[in-house]
Design a protein around this ligand. Structure first.
Ligand code: ZN
Length: 415
């Protein structure tokens, strides 16, 4: 089936002409537009009314519309998070807070391609050149730098008819300007039922457990557990620091840590999504299967657009009892910490890693959903050892084994 996927390519600006301060001014103006948009939205203004109300002569009209659009997206995600929070039975503490309207400092300058910014490939140098219009009649030009893979991808996007170059965001961080460019492509994603490998993904508060099963034999091809316990601790630490700073009214420190935390969460989700795809693509014709749930799990599923870029299909299955069902005999069992114990005397499995067990069940559900018969036979009693990768707050990943090529990417190979 044809499906569109959008990806962000991250680059840095190397400015050759024009004034860098124009870029900075535009990022500061973008922050003011963001704040004004959120305030108007809180007062009940519609999108069109906001677009009319926000009026600046130091900004391209087109850029203004794009920044207002990004601010409204932030508002929408806050609203859906709030709706989700109200649906929870135990909705105490940690109520989502609305986007802040009193921050200052740089905000991304959002621009449409060919209007707010334009990219071209120089035939002689093969460099990607940019032209940005941070203010009316002001242009900043130069070329983009980035990882060679990313730059290749961007060059392909600019020279191919099949890839659309969309909005870009200019970001300012610690003296450096970054340009994040979105590119959109259509893919022919295989149907899930053409898959040979079913990859069950169990996402819980401690980790993400992945198990790849051969669809024919349902033998386990590999299991990987990505532990983000330490990441959660780090997040908690930032939360504590920001709360304390708020209490003391030290807003500048709050701002600093607040943004750092946003980036951190983004980094974790990006990293996890990439890890899931890296794991899946080791196997032949995989389908990546998630539980159909809300909250953090959905955030993670948004990351599955990364699977689309590699033309891997994804699917979802019911979430009921995946963690409390034995993946071998199908009976309910007990979960004790990280162990799953089967209570069925007839079953060959006495115990298993609880999250692996859940990810195997997700894979089994997918097999049933795809209409394969004979789901009575469950998985093998002897499972390969679970490999564990710890994501740490520093952005590095510990390396518990010598699996070279995946360890390099921060992801570990199957056992
Ligand atoms: Zn059992």
């Amino acid at each position: 089936m044809g499906e569109e996927a959008t990806k962000t390519i991250q680059t840095r600006l190397h400015v050759a002409s024009g004034d860098r301060s124009w870029l900075h001014d535009a990022c500061l103006a973008a922050r003011e537009i963001f704040n004004q948009t959120i305030r108007l939205k809180q007062q009940g203004y519609t999108r069109t009314e906001i677009q009319n109300e926000v009026d600046r002569d130091d900004f391209l009209r087109n850029n203004k519309c794009a920044v207002v659009g990004k601010a409204l997206q932030t508002w929408d995600s806050y609203q859906s998070l709030l709706d989700w929070w109200y649906e929870q039975d135990d909705s105490d503490g940690n109520k989502p807070t609305p986007p802040s309207t009193d921050k200052s400092g740089a905000y991304p300058l959002v621009m449409a391609h060919t209007e707010g910014y334009r990219l071209t490939v120089d035939d002689n140098t093969n460099r990607v050149q940019f032209r940005i219009s941070p203010k009316p009649y002001k242009k900043v030009k130069g070329n983009l730098r980035g990882e060679s893979d990313a730059m290749d991808e961007l060059r392909d996007a600019l020279t191919s008819n099949e890839v659309d170059v969309g909005q870009a965001e200019l970001l300012y961080r610690d003296g450096v300007y970054y340009l994040h460019v979105t590119v959109t492509r259509e893919f022919n994603i295989p149907e899930p039922d053409t898959s040979d490998t079913v990859v069950g993904v169990d996402i819980n508060e401690r980790n993400v457990a992945l198990t790849a099963l051969d669809r024919e034999t349902m033998q386990t091809k590999g299991t990987l557990v990505l532990d983000y316990g330490r990441v959660k601790q780090e997040r908690q630490r930032y939360h504590t620091i920001t709360t304390r700073c708020q209490e003391h009214g030290k807003t500048s420190i709050h701002r600093q840590f607040g943004d750092r935390e946003e980036r951190f969460t983004e980094w974790v989700l990006h990293r996890l999504s990439r890890a899931v795809v890296k794991f899946a693509e080791q196997f032949s014709n995989p389908v990546i299967v998630f539980e159909d749930m809300s909250g953090i799990r959905n955030e993670m599923q948004y990351g599955s657009y990364k699977a689309t870029w590699r033309e891997i299909p994804t699917d979802t299955v019911d979430a009921y009892y995946n963690s409390r069902t034995c993946s071998c005999c199908g009976e309910r069992g007990d979960r004790q910490g990280r162990r799953f114990r089967c209570t069925n005397d007839e079953c060959d499995v006495a115990q298993d890693h609880a999250d692996r067990n859940a990810s195997v069940n997700i894979a089994w559900r997918e097999k049933a959903k795809l209409g394969d018969t004979d789901t009575n036979y469950r998985t093998h009693k002897t499972q390969p050892q679970v490999r564990l990768v710890r994501l740490s707050g520093s952005g590095r990943v510990s390396r518990p084994s010598s699996s070279r090529f995946l360890a390099e990417q921060g992801v570990l190979a199957h056992g």
